[in-house]
Ligand binder design. Structure first.
Ligand code: AMP
Ligand code: GLY
Length: 406
């Protein structure tokens, strides 16, 4: 099977790494890919939102399956476009991707499906959360604990365009739970936790995600299965009932509150950097599962998680998330790999044969070991080998889990 992977981040490198292990893989192509993915397949310099060129590429290199990494092209209808051209795609239609593309649509679906979520408030009054309705790459959500914060958040949310949603502020632990979905069928993947703030101790601004780990002391396999039954499957049924079935990866961002789990958001694609911690633990043929989902049935497909733990640490550029500096020379990747870690590229580029930074999140490093503590030690030994000027990373990824299981 020839595969085209759309995207260029650490998530896509991890997907490429895992797909490259599949006995079903013929050729691996990526658009645009990155220097890490280029060691596993052929990268084509096409943008993820250039649907016409991607369709032409599918014809040129006889692609059997397209796997779409990021949300923006899905929300814009890339999967519909390619399917119309007769190409199988892992990723939802534009109609189904609204579950991520519009927060008010997601709320409407959850209400209809009876899925627990944060209550919408009629008045923006602290404590509350102010959200821009549309896609905002993680920058459209403002957690407000005071009236001053509400007053500052409202114009910023409005400035992003579209509606503004205000909801109750929930307290608890956050969990990312992914399911591979085909219409009403869902296959549960191992839960992971994401570290969204830039600094240790959850200080500093929100980011795309600075680290992740799996499994979680809070949610075992059985509980994850029960959550997918309570959250993902009702949403899938509701979308199917409306004539817009979901096919692809449904990601629920959950808050485990004292009164039970609540959905914070849905995403219509794999999370980054959770994917980099989930896929190394995965047992079974990921490519086979994604191809089965794309063909509309998960019958006979099994994806388990191994007993080992994985911890992922993101190395970000100086100035991230506001104004990341690019062009910094990166060294030490081989030494990090020699520590037994997986180094996934995200914002990197080759310039005159040298690897340099080319984006906000530059690399993500994953270690797998029998315990979370062991994986943590190993991942930081590897991270310490990597050098580029101004590199920022958190020192406390998965630290709480080590304490919880000690
Ligand atoms: P979202 O894009 O909706 O997931 O929001 C991004 C982040 O904002 C989440 O991962 C949470 O950390 C936080 N957040 C969103 N909604 C809420 C809420 N209702 N209560 C508390 N925190 C929230
Ligand atoms: N790690 C959060 C996301 O992928 O949206």
């Amino acid at each position: 099977m020839n595969v085209l992977l759309v995207g260029s981040g650490g998530r896509e490198h991890a997907l490429a790494w895992r797909i490259a292990q599949s006995p079903r893989l013929g050729e691996l192509h990526a658009a645009p890919g990155n220097p890490g993915i280029a060691t596993l397949g052929t990268c084509h310099p096409l943008r993820a939102d250039d649907a016409e060129s991607l369709r032409d590429l599918c014809r040129e290199v006889a692609v059997d399956l397209v796997i779409v990494g990021p949300e923006a092209p899905l929300v814009a209808g890339l999967a519909d476009h390619l399917r119309h051209a007769g190409v199988a795609v892992f990723g939802p239609s534009a109609d189904a991707a609204r579950i991520e593309g519009s927060k008010s649509f997601a709320k409407e679906i959850m209400l209809a499906a009876g899925v627990p979520t944060a209550r919408e408030l009629s008045e923006p009054r602290a404590p509350c959360v102010v959200k821009a309705d549309g896609l905002a790459a993680g920058k459209g959500v403002f957690v407000c604990r005071s009236e001053e914060e509400v007053a500052a958040a409202l114009p910023r949310a409005r400035a992003l365009g579209g509606r503004v949603v205000v909801e109750e502020l929930l307290e608890g632990s956050e969990v990312s739970l992914f399911a591979v979905c085909a219409d009403e069928d869902a296959l549960t993947l191992a839960p992971a936790q994401d570290f969204k703030r830039l600094g240790d101790g959850d200080e500093g601004p929100n980011t795309g995600g600075m680290g992740s780990y799996s499994p979680l002391p809070l949610v075992d396999e059985e509980e994850a299965e029960a959550l997918v039954e309570a959250v993902h499957r009702p949403v899938l049924r509701e979308l199917a009932r409306r004539g817009t079935p979901f096919q692809g990866l449904l990601y629920a961002g959950l808050m485990l509150t004292e009164t039970g789990p609540r959905v914070l958001e849905f995403n219509c694609r794999f999370g980054d950097p959770e994917t980099q911690a989930i896929l190394p633990r995965l047992e079974g043929d990921l490519l086979g599962a994604l191809a089965a989902a794309a063909s509309g049935s998960l019958a006979g497909v099994d994806l388990g998680a191994g007993p080992d733990a994985a911890v992922t640490v993101v190395l970000a550029a100086a100035g991230y998330p506001d104004a990341p500096e690019t062009g910094a020379r990166i060294g030490g990747i081989e030494a990090a790999e020699a520590e037994g870690a997986l180094v996934f590229h995200a914002g990197t580029a080759l310039r005159d044969g040298a690897l340099v930074s080319a984006g906000g999140r530059v690399l993500s490093v994953t270690a797998v070991a029998p315990s979370v503590g062991g994986a943590r030690e190993q991942v930081y030994r590897a991270v310490d080998q990597i050098e580029f000027p101004g590199a920022q990373y958190r020192r406390d990824v998965a630290l709480g889990a080590v304490h919880a299981t000690a």
